[in-house]
Design a binder for this molecule. Structure first.
Ligand code: OGA
Ligand code: MN
Length: 285
């Protein structure tokens, strides 16, 4: 089998000619790793892996981060269940976001495996924070490089949360540990990071978890954040991934945003997610 890496419109690359059931050789893994660093999100098709194979693949990248907010797989605590039931209205991730920016050392990314899909709908959109940064003027880039931003999960996962990023059961009761969110210390991250794997510059603010620029009020921050978000959502930086049985997506939280479409009410969708740890973030110069 020869591996093929096909860059996609907007962001990401589809990798074919690999067999994740059999597992990757060291040479194949190195090639996949380089593609992940370059493209920010990689996709695989027709990979019917078991839970244990999912866990083994994840462990090759970095230690597994066990999610504090999502329900765990009953037999495999390493796997978080990202699911929407037939009678549920909200989904997980139904707005532009990147996972874990509320952590001091944000997770590298998540490996999401399709387990049960609606007949249609339930696509996931990804946006490139490399391309969004690169498309800005040199002057605006320089100004953004001088800024840091505060991130928080409290308004999302905490006691007062009411948005789409959390999981609730059919009666609307919250699943997961909302009290845990209350104890998080809001981290400050550079607005433009030096990406730890690629060395490229990436925008690192997102609509879900960034609350303000460091040293600015929320009110002062809002207009500039909205301007940056509107830019990042432009179609030229976005790829819409259509899931099929056997599809896997692995995104880099430090290089992309994602958005789970919630357009399949009445049908069930279940994804298995494993998140792997990242490294400390540095500002781009
Ligand atoms: C996530 C998420 C997207 C999806 O698991 O972090 O946002 O399409 N999921 O399920
Ligand atoms: Mn997410």
């Amino acid at each position: 089998m020869t591996m093929d890496i096909c860059p996609l419109e907007g962001v990401g690359a589809e990798i074919s000619g690999v067999d994740l059931v059999r597992g990757l050789s060291d040479a194949e893994f190195a090639t996949v790793r380089a593609a992940f660093a370059q493209h920010g999100v990689i996709f695989f098709r027709d990979q019917f892996i078991t839970e244990s194979q999912h866990i083994a693949f994840a462990r090759r990248w970095a230690p597994i981060n066990i999610n504090r907010f999502f329900a765990a797989h009953p037999d495999h605590p390493e796997i978080a269940l990202v699911s929407k039931e037939r009678d549920q209205r909200d989904n997980i991730g139904g707005g532009w976001h990147t996972d874990h920016s509320y952590d001091h050392i944000p997770a590298m990314g998540s490996i999401l495996v399709a387990r049960e899909l609606p007949e249609s709908g339930g696509n996931t959109l990804f946006a490139s924070m490399y391309a969004a940064y690169d498309a800005l003027s040199e002057g605006f880039q320089r100004m953004l490089r001088s800024l840091n931003a505060v991130h928080s999960a409290r308004h999302i996962f905490g006691e007062a949360a009411s948005t789409h990023y959390q999981q609730s059961d059919a009666r609307g009761a919250r699943i997961g540990n909302s009290a845990a969110a209350e104890h998080l210390q809001d981290p400050v991250h550079p607005v433009v990071i030096h990406h730890p794997l690629s060395g490229k510059k990436a925008l690192y603010v997102n609509p879900a978890f960034t609350t303000r620029f460091a040293g600015w009020t929320e009110e002062e921050s809002r207009p500039l954040l909205m301007q940056i978000y509107a830019h990042c959502m432009k179609p030229e930086f976005v790829h819409e991934f259509v899931w099929r049985p056997g599809s896997i997506a692995f995104w880099d939280n430090r290089a992309t945003w994602h958005f789970a479409r919630n357009d399949y009410h009445g049908q069930r969708r279940e994804m298995h997610r494993i998140t792997v740890e990242g490294e400390a973030l540095c500002a781009a110069h």
